[in-house]
Design a protein around this ligand. Structure first.
Ligand code: NAD
Ligand code: ZN
Length: 285
């Protein structure tokens, strides 16, 4: 792969349909731990093993405490320069480096609300109404702040950034301090549905569940002629396939990652390093 910034900008300027596929590395500089990196442990648990339907079924209290911790971390965090660089790609007339009639969609695996927050503040700052022909942002793994009823017949979902989300989850910090204690929080104290009173769950897509917006995403991926792959290990499907699909149909793939992983080696461009530095620098925005 090439790391030639000028060559990349030529491709960027001539692309019609640009997408970015983002993962946890996009938010790493904001202080949100990735699952596979050094921050992938919570208490004595592997974070990935808690993000599953069976973990919730077995111990909803433990899983809610983990998500309480992740919600608190995301509330304290601020979007970083990489989030803002992607916001700038989304909103004309600030998109100097791209063709005026091109489209841009960010497909993110992140659930931390940092990309929507970056878009919102950038949008407020530039005062432009973004066109709605195509979505700017698709959060395919749901959202940390969506709270969803577990009763399928009810299915009520609410966006809620209360901190803590319910009294029962106050003071879970003590669990963090006492690493080896098993969860003690009674399931009765967990957040309940405001409509029907049933137990709620975090509105994120767990391993083994169906991601959101898949039809729309595949339409957008099919059209794309440039794919930026930002801070993802490209091991979670179907997201890992999108760059491959763009490459196979003759489009260009540019990877932004800390590590020179397999997806970087297969790419047309690879910019190896922190995306919060490289994305603004390489995009020139
Ligand atoms: P991952 O943890 O598998 O991979 C993170 C990737 O980011 C790695 O390849 C790493 O080299 C790279 N990286 C780390 N810091 C970087 C930086 N500063 N600049 C550039 N690259 C950097 O993450 P994933 O691929 O997103 O898959 C994990 C799954 O867990 C996803 O499905 C996601 O939904 C979920 N998750 C989300 C968040 C979040 O919302 N912020 C955090 C952790 C996990
Ligand atoms: Zn309900």
């Amino acid at each position: 792969p090439s790391a030639d910034i000028e060559a990349f900008r030529k491709v960027l300027a001539s692309s019609k349909h640009i997408i970015a596929v983002a993962g946890a590395g996009l938010s790493a500089a904001s202080g949100i731990p990735t699952f596979r990196g050094a921050g992938g442990m919570w208490r004595k648990y592997d974070a990935m093993s808690l993000a599953t339907p069976s973990a919730f079924k077995k111990n909803p209290s433990l899983v809610w405490q983990f998500y309480h911790y992740r919600r608190e971390a995301a509330l304290k965090a601020e979007p970083n320069a990489a989030h803002y660089a992607l916001s700038r790609l989304s909103f004309p007339p600030i998109r100097q480096q791209v063709a005026p009639d091109s489209t841009f969609t960010l497909i993110t695996q992140n659930v931390d609300n940092l990309s929507p927050r970056a878009n919102e503040s950038f949008f407020a700052e530039c005062g432009e109404v973004p066109s709605t022909d195509q979505p700017h942002l698709l959060e395919m793994h749901g959202r940390l702040f969506d709270v969803k009823c577990t009763d399928k017949a009810c299915g009520h979902t609410e966006f809620n950034t209360d901190s803590p989300i319910c009294e029962g989850l106050r003071g879970t910090e003590q669990f963090v301090q006492r690493q080896h204690l098993d969860p003690e929080l009674p399931a009765d104290n967990l957040p309940k549905c405001s409509q029907c009173g049933a137990l709620t769950r975090p509105g994120v897509v767990w391993f083994g569940e169906m991601p959101h917006h898949l039809d729309l995403i595949s339409e957008i991926v099919d059209k794309a002629d440039l794919c930026l792959v930002v801070g993802t290990s490209s091991t979670v499907y179907p997201a890992a396939n999108y760059a491959y699909a763009v490459g196979m149909s003759g489009g260009t793939v540019a990877v932004f990652n800390f590590e020179d992983n397999e997806s970087a080696q297969d790419a047309d461009f690879a910019f190896i390093g922190p995306c919060e530095d490289l994305l603004p620098q390489v995009l020139g925005i």
